[in-house]
Design a protein around this ligand. Structure first.
Ligand code: SF4
Length: 410
């Protein structure tokens, strides 16, 4: 069973505008999002009020060791707004000594001095949403920032890191964007390494149906790298970053020694976490629970929780651990993979169920094991790197086919 949560995620849904690939739960505020006289004040204030209320009615729990402010674009908030949220969380749970407190920041939304302000109220790790260093790529995916703003932002963050006032920082890039090829991608990676970020998140582009890219893709008008090129790109990411001292500790995450994201590791280990805010997912004791993705839906949901206290909803979750298919899906992302029997026990399986069902999973994975994409050692299964990590989806599909084939008693 998963223990009580020691991590919290706060969703800050505001952005200037929606990027062409993004289907997150966000509220676009337009170009005047940071103008103090714009209507943004009303909508941000109203949302923050809901968020504070949700934190206030959460059950108590142990002190937090990781806190993550994601979005959306948390750097559209002022340092006082972020500081008030942290104070509220701290009042509710307390923070462990040395807690990792990460905030996502968007290059087009802050100046050097703003970063000092965020650090002053407790942020000790920034995650910078770069996505690309190429101006035409950035424009073609609908991002607001350009290359020179991004490089300047990297310099500001890195200066604070080198001064020792920031514990770590991370840069996000997306591989397989439209128009990308191997030689362009190598330039992106080289620039990311030059930024001296000690942690890099390298995501594959996912085409979501209800986005600009989803619509273009449906019409056959999205020029994304074909599979063989995408494999070369992923292979090169792995080769180049390892040659520069990075370790791949999870499918999309590379870090220099000592800079693994503790919050990321928590997600992939299947531990529980609190989630607060519109569209946020939480899994305090295992099973996931997602909040409504619109502000009106979130407000209504919160009012219902307030009338019979969130504690009641969450205590229902306490009785349901995360199902084994989900634990496998997230656990296989990690370099060290999963111990199948331990995971089944965490999912609440009895010894009898393990004996009846676990062996047959290998039949579904037999090809992946034979071709060396999935490795086994002492009951532990893990993806080979890069081969297995590149075809992780196929290995997960095989696992889900096994899951659907089960005739479990419970
Ligand atoms: S900035 Fe991030 S959250 Fe906002 S629209 Fe773009 S991708 Fe989505």
């Amino acid at each position: 069973m998963v223990g009580p949560p020691r991590s919290a995620y706060l969703h800050i849904p505001f952005c200037h505008k929606r990027c062409f690939y993004c289907d997150f739960s966000i509220i676009p505020l337009g170009d005047s999002a940071q103008d103090p006289d714009s209507p943004r004040i009303t909508s941000i204030n109203a949302y923050l009020d809901l968020l504070h209320r949700e934190i206030s009615i959460a059950p108590k729990g142990p002190a937090l060791s990781t806190i993550y402010l994601g979005g959306g674009t948390p750097s559209l908030l002022t340092k006082n707004e972020v500081g008030d949220l942290l104070k509220n969380l701290q009042r509710k749970f307390g923070f462990q000594d040395g807690a990792e407190i990460t905030m996502e920041v968007d290059p087009a939304t802050f100046f050097e001095n703003d970063l000092n302000g965020y650090i002053g109220i407790g942020i000790n790790r920034f995650s910078l949403g770069a996505q690309s260093f190429d101006d035409s790529t950035l424009a073609s995916i609908g991002r607001k920032h350009n290359r020179s703003q991004l490089i300047e932002a990297c310099d500001w963050v890195n200066k604070l890191f080198k001064k020792g006032v920031l514990r770590s920082w991370s840069l996000d890039l997306i591989q397989n964007l439209p128009g990308l090829n191997l030689s362009k991608w190598i330039k992106e990676l080289e620039q990311a390494v030059l930024s001296e970020a000690p942690h890099l998140s390298i995501y594959d582009l996912t085409i979501e149906p209800d986005t600009v890219f989803g619509r273009l893709h449906k019409k056959g008008n999205l020029n994304i790298p074909i599979d063989s090129e995408a494999q070369k790109i992923d292979f090169e990411t792995n080769r180049l970053l390892k040659s520069r001292g990075f370790a791949r500790y999870e499918i999309s995450s590379y870090s220099l020694p000592g800079h693994v994201s503790r919050h990321n590791r928590m997600y992939w280990s299947g531990s529980g976490w609190w989630g607060f805010g519109m569209g946020a997912t939480s899994a305090p004791w295992g099973e996931r629970f997602s909040r409504p993705r619109t502000i009106a839906g979130y407000k209504k949901w919160l009012e219902q929780q307030e009338s019979h206290l969130l504690e009641k909803t969450l205590s229902n979750e306490k009785s349901k651990p995360m199902p084994l298919d989900e634990l496998l899906m997230i656990g296989l992302r990690k370099r060290e993979g999963v111990h199948l029997e331990e995971l089944a026990e965490n999912a609440g399986w009895t010894q009898k169920e393990c004996e009846k069902n676990l062996k047959s999973l290998e039949n579904f994975w037999v090809n992946s094991i034979n071709e060396g994409s999935l490795l086994r050692h002492n009951g532990r299964y893990f993806l080979s790197d890069p081969k297995g990590m590149q075809i992780s989806n196929q290995i997960l599909i095989e696992m889900f086919l096994w899951w659907d084939s089960l005739d479990r008693d419970q």
